[in-house]
Design a protein around this ligand. Structure first.
Ligand code: SF4
Length: 219
């Protein structure tokens, strides 16, 4: 990847993040503290997509911080990636909240919110063009694989994602953290298997399109 290409991608992503900052298409666009566009390597081979920002992400304007972020970093390290090696985004860029009367609680994004925000996610994917997309948790997986996707039955399976990019799903770090005892051990075993398959897919040789010189070699 040339430096010019990297710089061009960074510039496009920064411009898109500014558009997101101004977006008020959903009501949560007005209740958020910060938009959370995404972060990471604009030339990443792996893109991780979660469901949406929580309280800490909203406060800091960054995806996957706090305990879930720490666990995601450990999950990535288990397959040889540093956080900075991948690109991390969410299906929605604003924190979905529920007003409980005395505080704003996190909630899952609604289908309408995900639909409204999909354009920004697609733009990120088009700029980064990762080799593999990893959806974290059921809401993110359903964004790509449809409402009928079952995270318990279909995690670890491969699908064709946007632009033909291979996509798979595994459990969200927050879900893993909620498990205890034997359930935690079992979930970690499943997630590790999913992550190893992701690493293999990222490392699998890809056919590069033939250059014009190669195409005309035997003509
Ligand atoms: S969630 Fe996405 S579409 Fe909705 S207001 Fe935020 S940035 Fe805009």
């Amino acid at each position: 990847m040339s430096l010019a290409e990297r710089a061009s991608r960074e510039k496009t992503l920064i411009a898109a993040a500014h558009v997101v900052e101004l977006c008020r298409l959903c009501a949560i666009g007005s209740t958020r503290t910060n938009s959370v566009f995404g972060e990471g390597d604009p030339c990443a081979k792996l893109m991780c997509v979660g469901e949406g920002p929580g309280e800490q992400e909203d406060r800091l304007g960054r995806p996957f911080v706090g305990r879930s972020g720490d666990l995601l970093e450990k999950m990535l390290a288990a397959i040889g990636f540093a956080r900075e090696d991948v690109y991390i985004a969410n299906t929605v860029k604003c924190r979905p909240t529920l007003d409980t009367g005395h505080r704003l609680a996190n909630r899952a994004p609604t289908p309408d919110e995900m639909k409204n925000c999909r354009h920004y996610l697609d733009e990120q994917i088009a700029v980064i063009r990762p080799r593999v997309i990893l959806a974290l948790g059921a809401p993110a997986a359903k964004t790509f694989m449809g409402e009928r996707f079952s995270i318990t039955k279909q995690r670890g399976q491969w699908f064709e994602g946007p632009l033909g990019i291979p996509i798979t799903a595994t459990f969200h770090p927050a879900y893993i953290l909620r498990q205890t005892g034997g359930a935690m051990t079992e979930v970690k075993r499943l997630v590790y298997a999913d992550l190893k398959a992701v690493r293999e897919k990222v490392d699998a040789p890809v056919a590069e399109p033939a250059t014009l010189e190669q195409q005309s070699l035997f003509e």
